[in-house]
Design a binder for this molecule. Structure first.
Ligand code: KIV
Ligand code: ZN
Length: 511
């Protein structure tokens, strides 16, 4: 008989702390709904006391999702705990997640507190949280470097104070699998009231061991895994949801543990995150990378043709990779588009399906086949894009090896007004970016420019990611189009719109 493991997804909190992964409220809600379709048990929606924007996002997510538990993080300070609950209180099933460091190093150098003071703070925070909700989680930050006897006492006390989940994080990714297994076994054996709480683990990936440590701790008896999509998170990231879940499933003979995850929703969820934050998935990334199911060598190809299990330990379909199926064409009507969107886990309104159908028809005029990935790109482009301050209307680019320098001519909308200009650059992309900067009166530095083909073939849509910095603020823009120059212009404009949005949010926070 398999035992149940709870999946606590922290993509929207720890994940969002990773450089370049900031999401706006609309994007967070979209991702939270997708996490619900994926079947996670708990969504950690944010850290309400960290900013007004985070508070509002947690509030909005709490209201937007159904029965899935919604957690939010708070420092172990009673007033912040109450503020955290304020953000969560409209959730059907709110969880307050409070944390405090328990290692000697953190207590001494970071907190400047004695172990007894830390113990008192932990108990007071959990008691305050308990006065708001039954569902309370306490995390012993830097647990893997904490003194074991002290850790046992903290865990016992917070459970007595009402914590229903205790989390043992490997905050700095220092632990080794065998050592982490032993730590969880030790805690389960020595904490007197261990049967009154679920033991969770939260493993960072600094030594590339996030998934290995998570699986070791689950083998030792932990029953909640804290993970993120694509493994994003502070520094080198967190254990990746897709890796932990598929390891448990593929090796169920070994672990005998099961989750509630609908594995066919894994790939759509990871792609959605990648599109929202504008960070491409590396080709060799386990489960979700472009090469994860590709067989290059002749011996492997021959083996897979005879019997897929020779080189495939799971099927691409089991993780929702339907990428090469021809899904839609220019004669596809609204019903076909809607059916495909539903299958892919996109829950769109009637009006949004109309918009996507029109865009699919326009794309099918330019490109022979509209594949699942194309459809995802269209959805992001047409439905989940920020309300734009700047918009591209027309673009024409001249480049080649003539005497004339590469030239871009653009017509744009800026704050509702039509503006046009042409100017030069050292290459066509430089010409486009220069012209847009002049038209919008902005002067960002380009930190990164990347082009990716969404599917195979010379008619593939190009996906462009642009990272900009202006006045100390950074933003990522992404866009896709059958024409790479158009995608480049749109991605640059998307990043400028995000910079403009950040400026607006800053204004709101000040009010
Ligand atoms: O890494 C960590 O210790 C955390 C805690 C706040 C759970 O993110
Ligand atoms: Zn963390």
């Amino acid at each position: 008989m398999s035992e149940r493991v709870f999946i606590f997804d922290t993509t929207l909190r720890d994940g969002e702390q990773s450089p370049g992964a900031t999401m706006n409220q609309k994007e967070k809600i979209r991702l939270a709904r997708q996490l619900e379709s994926l079947g996670v048990d708990i969504i950690e929606a944010g850290f309400p006391a960290s900013s007004e924007g985070d508070f509002r996002s947690v509030q909005a997510i709490a209201e937007a999702v159904g029965n899935v538990q919604v957690a939010a993080l708070t420092r172990a300070m009673p007033d912040e705990v109450t503020r955290c609950y304020e953000a969560l209180k409209n959730a059907k099933n709110p969880r307050i997640h409070t944390f405090l460091a328990t290692s000697d190093l953190h207590m001494r150098e970071k907190l400047g507190k004695t172990p007894q003071e830390v113990m008192d703070m932990a108990i007071a925070a959990v008691s305050r949280a308990k006065s708001h909700t039954q569902n309370v989680q306490f995390s012993c930050e830097d647990a893997s470097r904490s003194n074991r006897e002290f850790l046992v006492r903290v865990v016992e006390n917070v459970i007595d104070a009402g914590a229903t989940t205790v989390n043992i994080p490997d905050t700095v990714g220092y632990a080794q699998p065998q050592e982490f297994y032993d730590l969880i076994k030790y805690l389960l054996a020595n904490v007197k009231n261990a049967d009154k709480a679920v033991f969770a683990i939260h493993c960072h990936n600094d030594l590339g061991l996030g998934t290995a440590n998570t699986l070791a701790a689950l083998s030792a008896g932990a029953r909640q895994a804290e993970v993120t999509l694509n493994g994003i998170g502070e520094r080198a990231g967190n254990a990746a949801l897709e890796e932990v879940v598929m390891a448990l499933r593929t090796r169920s003979n070994l672990y005998q543990l099961e989750t509630n995850i609908k594995s066919e929703q894994i790939y759509p969820s990871c792609r959605l995150l990648s599109m929202i934050i504008g960070q491409p998935i590396p080709p060799n990334k386990a489960i979700i990378g472009g090469n994860a199911f590709a067989h290059e060598s002749g011996i492997h190809q021959a083996g897979v043709l005879k019997c897929p299990e020779t080189y495939e330990i799971m099927t691409p379909q089991s993780v929702g990779r339907t990428g090469n199926d021809m899904v839609l064409g220019k004669h596809s009507g609204k019903n076909a588009v809607k059916a495909r969107l539903d299958e892919m886990g996109f829950m769109l309104t009637n009006e949004q399906v109309d918009v996507v159908t029109e865009a699919v028809k326009a794309l099918a005029d330019k490109k022979k086949e509209v594949l699942a990935e194309d459809l995802e790109a269209v959805v992001l482009e047409q439905v989940f894009r920020l309300p734009d301050k700047y918009k591209l209307k027309y673009l024409s680019v001249l480049s080649g090896n003539m005497a004339m320098p590469p030239t871009a001519a653009l017509v744009m909308e800026a704050d509702g007004e039509e503006v046009k200009l042409s100017s030069f650059g050292v290459g066509p992309v430089d010409a486009i970016f220069n012209t847009i900067s002049q038209l919008t009166g902005r002067n960002p530095s380009l930190l990164q420019y990347a082009v990716n083909a969404i599917t195979g073939g010379t008619d593939a849509q190009g996906e462009v990611v642009v990272r900009l910095e202006e006045g100390g603020k950074k933003a990522v823009g992404r866009a896709s189009d059958a024409d790479v120059m158009v995608a480049s212009a749109k991605a640059f404009i998307n990043a400028l719109n995000r910079l403009a949005k950040k400026e607006e949010e800053k204004e709101c926070d000040r009010v």
